[in-house]
Design a protein around this ligand. Structure first.
Ligand code: SR1
Ligand code: MG
Length: 423
């Protein structure tokens, strides 16, 4: 296949014929296509994902569709998101080696990426729903965020390179538009594609939509998201975008990559741990999840701590960009000045991160794109109870983010809300 053919979506039946001559794929799985087994496994909202197994091994073929898969062709979405995913993956690999799947081949015209098949990895969200405690995720994801977010910014990059990347990713307009609407606005009015557990949550939803402070805060966060082009974000760093084994963690799916605020990836990620926490009560059929709940709160503490520590380390050792130049501080013997600036920066990330986490929780319960943590709770009353607690928590951290000073404080609040009998 060459990039010059018109785009055509692959299928289980056509994949071998269409990619049988692809050298990159053949070199990884073997070229005898009669031995290829193809499965479509995409369970995300946007794309096709195939696992192709051959005599020598397996690979993943991911292809964008010209529309949103979750909704159908009534919602067109450009194929170029595959281009942004490819470029984001190459930068993430350079900035945090070993943290993303290896890329074997990219075909821009067909909007497809052939990449490493991660096995026996599973999606982190699934592991958390099953109640599995993975020992390394806080370390691995904390390091990934610190390294990619620091090294993709003007703190580290030559400003000419950063501006070129800023221009490149600025064209990821339609995916930013999804986040701008689905995360920051739609949950707070009666948007067409919204849904929630009804009637159980109806009155809470009405309250949130009438909550002036919350809506103002959500719009302030949207403003930060849209205007603060600090670094190359993953852009969709939730527990469905992370694959894990007991010992390994890999980030996938950065098609929402663009230049935005450092705090966005961190907030979205932590929100997903807090949602996993609030959903545990809905998954207690085979036993209590108290230790799992404690584990999830520990993961938020450790992730934030690893992020902070690594970001601070990079600040001290790799601050080679045009921001907070060493010539102004360390080179004049003013190490404390650099530390003061670092403190300011981390404080800003902390405050905004809480806000982004709060609205992420809301949109997964009130908007179009829900998450399996809550959706797989079959008992709707129980699901609504878990969701109502998460909504209350999300509102609190979004609106009061400037008055919250530590992650222990946040987690105490989460534990208190979790124990409430009525909402
Ligand atoms: C229409 S896309 C809905 C959501 O799916 C993606 O994974 C992103 O999280 C997006 O917001
Ligand atoms: Mg995705």
């Amino acid at each position: 296949m060459t990039g010059k053919l018109p785009f055509e979506a692959l299928s289980v039946d056509t994949l071998a014929a269409r990619l049988g001559a692809n050298d990159a794929l053949c070199s990884h799985i073997g070229k005898d296509t009669s031995r290829w087994k193809v499965r479509e496994v995409g369970d995300g909202n946007l794309n096709l994902v195939f696992i192709v197994e051959g005599a020598m091994g397996a690979a993943v073929v991911k292809q964008a569709l010209p529309y949103v898969r979750l909704v159908g062709d009534s919602w067109p979405l450009p194929l170029k998101r595959s281009f942004f995913e490819y470029h984001a993956l190459t930068r993430q690999e350079a900035r945090a080696p070993g943290s993303v799947p290896a890329i074997h081949h990219f075909d821009e015209g067909q909007a497809l990426i052939i990449m490493e098949y991660l096995s026996p990895h599973i999606i982190l969200r699934r592991a958390l729903i099953e109640g599995r405690q993975l020992p390394n995720i806080a370390r691995d994801i904390g390091l990934f965020m610190a390294r990619t977010l620091f090294r993709g910014s003007d703190l580290h990059m030559a400003t000419k390179d950063r501006k070129a990347d800023l221009a490149l990713f600025a064209d990821n307009v339609e995916l930013c538009d999804i986040t701008e609407n689905l995360v920051f606005s739609d949950p707070y009015f009666d948007a067409k594609m919204n849904r929630h557990t009804s009637p159980q949550l109806d009155s809470i939803v009405a309250e949130l939509r009438a909550d002036r402070d919350l809506k103002v805060e959500a719009q302030r966060l949207k403003h930060i998201f849209a205007a603060n082009a600090e670094t190359l974000l993953h852009g969709d760093l939730h527990s469905g975008s992370i694959m894990v084994t007991e010992t390994e963690t890999r980030m996938i799916d950065p098609e929402f990559g663009f230049y935005g605020p450092i705090a966005f990836d961190v907030g979205m990620l932590l929100a997903n741990f807090w949602m996993a926490f609030f959903s545990q009560r809905g998954h207690e059929q085979n036993g209590k999840r108290d230790t799992m709940r404690a584990y999830l709160l520990d993961v938020t503490v450790d992730t934030w701590s690893v992020f902070r520590t690594e970001f601070s380390h990079l600040w001290r050792t790799e601050r080679t960009g045009m921001l907070y130049q060493k010539s102004l501080f360390e080179d004049q013997g003013d190490r404390l000045g650099a530390e003061q600036a670092l403190d300011h920066m981390l404080h800003q990330v902390w405050t905004d991160m809480l806000g982004f986490a709060g609205v992420e929780v809301h949109r997964r319960i009130l908007g179009l794109a829900h998450n399996a943590d809550f959706e797989t709770i079959a008992d709707e009353d129980l699901r609504a109870t878990c969701e109502a607690k998460a909504l209350k928590f999300g509102r609190h951290i979004a609106v009061n983010r400037r008055q919250i000073h530590s992650i222990d404080e946040v987690n105490k609040l989460a534990a208190l809300i979790e124990q409430e009998n009525r909402i």
